[in-house]
Design a protein around this ligand. Structure first.
Ligand code: G3D
Ligand code: MG
Length: 242
């Protein structure tokens, strides 16, 4: 965990613009990103997967708020530092939530696809966030269904997820913090959208490393060639997560 540095230029957009002294070719941007949702939907696991690349089988409940910094390199020599705030699930009715989300550029709403109650409760988080911002100053919003590795227990249909995202102007994502499936691409997409960088599909997918250690692999099974199979070598610009 890193202490939250002060972010200049808030609320909303880039916290700092082009670096004008050392290297005028590279643009440095910083964004405050808030992750909200009910307790146990996997917020801390998601952030941990993105920032440390790992998954712990058991997590302590997040009390209050934690901060994490993570740098992403985007095509076009753009470095984005994401300051990610992990908001404890118990905060939806709490007095501090308004202070935590102040000045954020993006809010990531997380629910557990195996628990419809957590999907329903996204409403409460959404209502709170839109009350805090004027309509024209609303942060970028993403809707994240987590625990997609538990397909057999899935209770929130992808169509419901997509419809909700459209109706609430959120960018939809389906991920698994446990396997890492689409976690890097989620955060990369948020960073790119905030920075106004358009990524190709392969640039987004290349960021994802799916961990299959916990999944039974049949030795003779061929490696799939689909979107999450091996990617062709990149010819143009690339994005990297550090
Ligand atoms: P929170 O920060 O939203 O409160 P946590 O949630 O990250 O603490 O995760 C709550 C529980 O869900 C943890 O299990 C964690 O291992 C599990 N979890 C998180 N993400 C995933 C996922 O993608 N898939 C699966 N299968 N489990 C996940 P425990 O057992 O510690 O309660
Ligand atoms: Mg937590």
């Amino acid at each position: 965990m890193t202490a939250a540095p002060p972010l200049a230029g808030l609320p909303g957009g880039p916290a700092s613009g082009a670096n004008d002294d050392s290297d005028d070719e590279v643009e440095h941007l910083q964004y405050k990103v808030i992750v909200v949702g009910d307790g146990a939907v996997g917020k801390t696991s998601l952030i941990n997967r993105f920032t440390q690349g790992g998954f712990a089988q058991s997590y302590k409940q997040t009390i209050g708020v934690d901060f994490f910094n993570k740098k992403i390199q985007l095509p076009g020599n753009i470095n984005v530092t994401m300051q990610i705030w992990d908001i404890g699930g118990q905060q939806v009715g709490g007095k501090m939530l308004g202070k935590y989300i102040y000045g954020c550029a993006a809010v990531i709403f997380v629910y557990d696809v195996t628990n419809p109650e957590t999907f329903k409760n996204v409403d409460d988080w959404y209502d709170f966030v839109v009350r805090e911002f004027k309509a024209d100053k609303r942060p970028y919003m993403a809707l994240v269904g987590n625990k997609n590795d538990l397909q057999h227990l899935r209770q929130v249909k992808p169509e419901k997820h997509s419809l909700y995202a459209i109706e609430h102007q959120m960018i939809p994502h389906q991920v698994s913090a446990k396997t890492g499936d689409r976690v890097q691409s989620l955060f990369t997409r948020v960073a790119a959208d905030l920075a106004g960088v358009q990524l190709t599909r392969s640039e987004v997918e290349q960021t994802d490393v799916v961990v299959t250690a916990a999944i039974v692999q049949h030795p003779a099974a061929p490696v799939p060639d689909g979107p999450r199979g091996p990617q062709p070598e990149k010819e143009e610009s690339s994005c990297a997560v550090q």
